[in-house]
Design a protein around this ligand. Structure first.
Ligand code: 5GP
Length: 224
């Protein structure tokens, strides 16, 4: 009788969670799509959003530790030098970064991590974790995006203009992603994201089969 475990027989040795990176221009509705995924009636278990850090001021209704870890510029830079971040990026006049420990804690627990970060951060994540799944959320048109941003009224006129021109730069990077979802209809966008997560959960991780560990498994050891 073969006494090996199923994991030993199949060679599927990787117990770590996956990393899903969601990007898209400001105002495209990333939060709504992600909230739709995480509060779906057929909720996918083991999916954890990683709270990132920023130097930007909280918007009305945002809470420290829930929406972001809000840090002063000095504290952000101190932590950046100390290697506290998995990746950082400057976006407009503010800095953003993914706390390494928070990401590592989700992945080592076996849950899948969801990172909502901009395109430079997504590229840095892919460089460190090649099997991270990159998903880009696209607006139906630039006009629709501009209208949503100005309706949101969370930015000054200058910041709004900056975000619209930043959106063009981000849209040019969509082709580097693994998946693109057009957020024309929220329910359909949520369905598409859910389908991607489900399909990726059934994918055989090549690196896991070849070496017994996943590339980028040592998030804690990776250097920015
Ligand atoms: P907002 O100021 O609108 O909350 O975020 C601006 C952009 O920064 C968004 O695209 C958001 O996804 C991104 N972002 C949030 N946290 C991080 C992070 O930790 N790293 C990177 N690279 N981008 C982030």
């Amino acid at each position: 009788m073969d006494r090996r475990t199923l994991r030993e027989i199949t060679g599927l040795t990787d117990p770590r969670g996956r990393v899903f990176v969601v990007s898209g221009p400001s105002g495209v509705g990333k939060d709504c799509v992600l909230d739709g995924l995480l509060s779906h009636p057929l909720r996918l278990p083991g999916l954890c959003r990683v709270v990132t850090a920023t130097t930007r001021s909280p918007r009305p209704g945002e809470r420290d530790g829930r929406d972001y870890v809000f840090l002063s510029h000095e504290e952000f830079m101190r932590r950046r030098s100390a290697g506290w971040f998995f990746e950082t990026a400057q976006f407009g006049s503010n800095w953003y970064g993914t706390p390494r420990d928070a990401l590592d804690a989700v992945c080592t627990s076996g849950s899948d991590a969801v990172l909502k970060i901009e395109t430079q951060g997504a590229a840095a994540a892919k460089a460190q974790i090649p099997d991270a799944v990159l998903i880009f959320i696209c607006p139906p048109s630039l006009d629709a995006l501009a209208a949503r941003l100005s309706n949101r009224a969370t930015e000054t006129v200058e910041a709004l203009q900056e975000r619209i021109s930043q959106a063009r730069v981000e849209l040019e990077r969509a082709a580097h992603y693994d998946y693109v979802i057009v957020n024309d209809d929220l329910a359909q966008a949520v369905d598409a994201l859910r389908a991607i997560v489900l399909a990726e959960r059934h994918r055989v991780a090549r690196s896991s089969l070849e070496s017994g560990t996943r590339d980028g498994a040592a998030i804690g050891a990776a250097k920015e």
